[in-house]
Design a protein around this ligand. Structure first.
Ligand SMILES: [Zn+2]
Length: 434
């Protein structure tokens, strides 16, 4: 009797009676259990009492949290019930969620771990495959996120962003609330049709309350604003603008590298033996430029000594590339201005400079910036912090990357919501304490 009581405490199960326990040949521990009388014959979906239908697939086992190095399984005879609402379904069990082969506690632990650790760490520690985590994540989200529509209450400043995965073949659209920095909605696909779906979930009052919609330079964002909330201001996420400049700079760097490579090839072939003193040295410009991508992309305050040296080298040898670098830096600093008036001044100055910089890609970038001029200024006026936006964006991208192995897109979206929204994911013992 006492042993059973201790067993129940360790397993942390309620409404469960323990029948028997044995150690299997592979060292795993199997514990035979059954639901207490009041919990028998309940519908697995709604939990209401129902009439017993048949034995279903007979005995089943559920993986529980390990005891030291031993795997632990709960084993029980399962039956199916006839629910007036859901038809013939597997009966519910108090220790596991519907259609799961793991105990509730195991799923809570697996979810917490998979949001904090790498795939390999989770899979090796729990001794399950990463694919199995997907459905666990979805069951946990369904339980913890009972009322997703509550996130649409009181929205004022929102941002929309699309993230590509599978090498750019698939997209996920994510909407965030700028005032909380949390994700409020995520959906497969991108473009106007998807963003429209978001607006259709909102009530008229909720849509009317929205004052700011931010995103990248995509046309469909403006089209959706026009269709649904024409009074809202269109803003542009600063990190997208900086990204455009970084891409333009990279283009200039590639051209410089190609020219340098051509110069190297045009040099006379090295003859055998020790070169004479007056012989021209090998031109290593191409090699140096190739390795300079990170030095050019980084903010100057974060450069390593080696990267600083690379920049100094570029400043001395390639004035065009160095000018492109300065243009990118100046544009980045526009978004760090304290007040909107200074930012406008700086932006106008930048546009003038870029117009006459004689670097084709930056002249084109300048045209693009002018097209989005109002949206950029609105961003500055409404103090959308680039640091916060960028951090959220990075977190979403990391979540997409972490959920990459899931076969099911819904699992991926649930993973994003659990990691980046306001859902409170806890460790199993924290749920017990609450
Ligand atoms: Zn039911």
């Amino acid at each position: 009797m006492l042993t059973k009581k201790i067993l129940k405490t360790i397993l942390n199960v309620k409404h469960t009676a323990i029948d028997d326990m044995k150690i299997l040949p592979d060292g795993a521990i199997a514990i035979k259990v059954h639901p207490t009388k009041g919990e028998q014959c309940r519908c697995g979906i709604c939990g209401r009492k129902a009439v017993r239908y048949d034995h279903g697939r007979g005995t089943r086992s559920w993986r529980a949290c390990d005891w030291n190095t031993h795997k632990v399984y709960l084993v029980a005879d399962m039956s199916r019930v006839m629910c007036p609402e859901h038809g013939v379904v597997t009966a519910s069990v108090p220790w596991a969620r519907h259609n799961s082969r793991f105990t509730k506690e195991f799923e809570e632990l697996a979810t917490w771990l998979s949001l904090s650790c790498t795939k390999t760490a989770v899979a090796s520690l729990l001794r399950i495959s990463w694919n199995t985590i997907g459905p666990i994540i979805s069951r946990m989200r369904a339980e913890l996120d009972a009322n997703p529509a509550a996130r649409f209450e009181g929205l004022v400043r929102i941002g929309v962003d699309e993230t590509s995965y599978k090498k750019g073949h698939k997209y996920i659209t994510v909407v965030i609330n700028h005032d909380t920095g949390k994700v409020i909605w995520a959906h497969e696909g991108h473009g106007k049709t998807i963003f429209t779906k978001f607006f259709k979930l909102l009530t008229k009052e909720q849509v009317a309350n929205i004052q700011i919609v931010s995103g990248d330079g995509a046309k469909w964002i403006q089209e959706c604003i026009n269709d649904f909330c024409p009074v809202a201001k269109r803003c542009i996420d600063p990190f997208h603008v900086v990204q455009w400049a970084t891409e333009a700079l990279d283009e200039v760097r590639r051209l410089a590298w190609r020219d340098a490579l051509k110069n190297t090839k045009d040099m006379p072939q090295k003859k055998r033996g020790r070169p004479k003193k007056e012989a021209p040295r090998k031109d290593t410009t191409a090699k140096d430029l190739k390795g300079s991508r990170f030095a050019l992309g980084k903010a100057p305050e974060h450069l390593t000594k080696k990267q600083q040296a690379q920049l100094e080298f570029i400043a001395k040898t390639d004035s065009r590339l160095y000018r492109a670098y300065l243009l990118k830096e100046k544009l980045r600093l526009v978004f760090q201005c304290e007040d909107a008036a200074t930012a406008k001044e700086e932006l106008d100055g930048w546009i003038k400079w870029a117009q006459h910089c004689r670097i084709q890609v930056f002249v084109e970038l300048q045209r693009k910036i002018r097209r989005h001029y109002d949206a950029i200024l609105a961003t500055m006026e409404h103090h959308l912090s680039n640091a916060v936006l960028e951090a959220t964006n990075r977190k979403i991208k990391l979540s997409v990357y972490m959920a990459y192995g899931f076969r099911n897109i819904d699992n991926m979206i649930d993973m994003i919501m659990l990691r980046c929204s306001d859902i409170d994911v806890r460790l199993p013992w924290e749920y017990v304490a609450a």
